[in-house]
Every structure is written in C-alpha cells, then in structure tokens.
Design a protein around this ligand. Structure first.
Ligand SMILES: [Zn+2]
Length: 275
C-alpha cells in the first residue's frame, strides 16, 4: 500500500467507522470504496441530490429510451396493481407487455437496456453495496411473502415479518410500513424513475436508491415511517420524529445506510436492516 493510499485508507476508517478497531472489521463491500476513495466522497454523499463532476450520465438517446421503458413499466404496474407489482418478476413483466395492448410488448432495444442497467457494475457509478439478486429473472416466491393489510406492501415471512410485528407492538399505530419487499422489477422501476428525475445521472440516482439487484428490499429489509408524515418519511426529517426516537430507544434502528456509511448511499434513518 503506498503512503498516499494508506493515508486515504486510515482517513476513511477514521471518519466512517467510529467503533471499528481496524481493517479486520472492514467488510468486503467497504474495501471497494477504500480502494477507490477520493476526497470528494463525503461531499458527494452529503449533497447526494446534486450533480458532481465524477458522475456517470446516460446520453440523450439513452435518456429517450429510459423514459420510454419507464413509461411501459408504469403501464405494467397499472395492469397488475400497485401491491402485486412489488413482487412481479422480469419474465412476468415481459408477458404482461405481450398480453395487454395498453402496455404493448417490450422491444429488443428496451430489453437490452434493462439488461444493461441490471448487470452494470454499480461501483462504476459510485455505489458500493452488495448485490443480493444476481439474475435479472430472479423471482420472489409467492409462498415466501405475506401481504401486510392496509399498506399495499409485502413482507417476507419469518424474521422480517416478526421484526415488523415487534416494532408495531412496541410503538403502536404511529409507525407504518412504507416499503416492504421489492423484486427486481419494482426496484428497476423506482431506479429508472429516479434516473429520469436526475436527467440521466445514474450516479446521482444510485446515491439515494440502490440499483436493481443491489436492494436489500429484495431479501428482507423494509422501510418504516410515521403515519401521516407522507414523503417526509424518506427524508432526514424522519430522524427528528418521535417514531424514530422510539425505534432507537427500543433497539430497532439497525440501519442499512447509517450516517457516514461507505457504501455510496445517503443517510437513510427509515431503512431497517433485517438480513
Ligand atoms: Zn429502504
């Protein structure tokens, strides 16, 4: 390790992992960011919704394709229903396109684009999380999940559901499940919409939403919020609520993306790490 990279390494460990005693505690995914760490990292995360010089962008033709395919997936969501869309698989999505004239089939260009987005190495964008769903066609088994009444969301049976039930029992009606299981298609759809809103800046999109395949919503994590707090549940303002204080007090605030994380992701106080 050169002297410069050693200093960068120590600097990352020192700033990001207050209680880690040394590199032995550095998970593999964090090791990736250490090797590609530069002085702008924390600035990019702090100003996650700004454009930064090192960001990766789609070109104009790709942005047109992005909008077209995002609109088609929206029509798939409208066809299968908001709740069910959370666990729709890729092959099922393609079949819905073929079957329903209001959706229309996904053409080769669109399919290749989705494939490229899915298999893109996210560290190129500045996202250093772990991939948890490896194939574009990976599916969420129906039997593995349960619909949570009045939320429009699914949760995995077992530890996820039990954790959510413990949270409800401890905090009561003020806490609500805001996002549960997301299959590849749902995560793809959220990510593409984010990319539309960033004008094709994929790095900026990936700072506030895991690229498809990298979201732990695919394997058991979920988001909670304060009832009636709306979209503010997905901002740092959530951390100022009484619900969040209760989560911390009761030991439920096991965050996937804490403040100062080295995964390339903004602070997400609402995202409960289960897996
Ligand atoms: Zn989340």
């Amino acid at each position: 390790m050169s002297e410069v990279s050693r200093r960068q390494f120590l600097s990352v460990v020192g700033r990001g992992l207050a209680c880690a005693a040394g590199s032995a505690f550095l998970p593999e995914s964090m090791a990736a960011v250490v090797t590609s760490f530069d002085s702008g990292y924390f600035d990019r995360i702090r100003r996650f919704s700004d454009n930064h010089a090192t960001d990766i962008h789609l070109d104009e033709a790709e942005i047109a394709l992005l909008k077209r395919v995002a609109a088609r997936i929206r029509r798939v969501q409208n066809t299968v229903g908001y709740g069910n869309f959370g666990i729709v698989g890729f092959d099922q999505m393609v079949r819905v396109g073929k079957r329903y004239s209001r959706v229309e089939r996904f053409d080769d260009q669109e399919l290749q684009f989705l494939e490229r987005i899915f298999y893109e190495d996210a560290s190129r964008l500045g996202f250093y999380g772990t991939k948890v769903l490896y194939r574009l066609t990976d599916e969420i088994p129906n039997k593995a999940v349960v619909k949570v009444p009045r939320t429009g969301q699914f949760l995995y049976k077992g530890e996820s559901l039990e954790t959510y039930e413990r949270i409800k029992a401890a905090i009561g009606d003020d806490v609500v499940l805001t996002s549960g299981v997301r299959g590849v298609v749902k995560q793809m759809y959220l990510y593409l919409n984010k990319a539309v809103r960033t004008g094709g800046n994929l790095s900026r999109a990936s700072r506030s939403l895991a690229p498809p395949g990298y979201s732990f919503h695919g394997v058991g994590d979920f988001d909670v919020g304060k009832r009636g707090f709306g979209r503010a549940n997905f901002t740092e303002r959530f951390a100022k609520t009484d619900v969040y204080r209760c989560l911390v007090d009761r030991g439920f605030a096991t965050l996937r993306y804490p403040q100062g994380n080295l995964l390339g992701v903004r602070y997400e106080p609402w995202h409960i790490k289960v897996v």
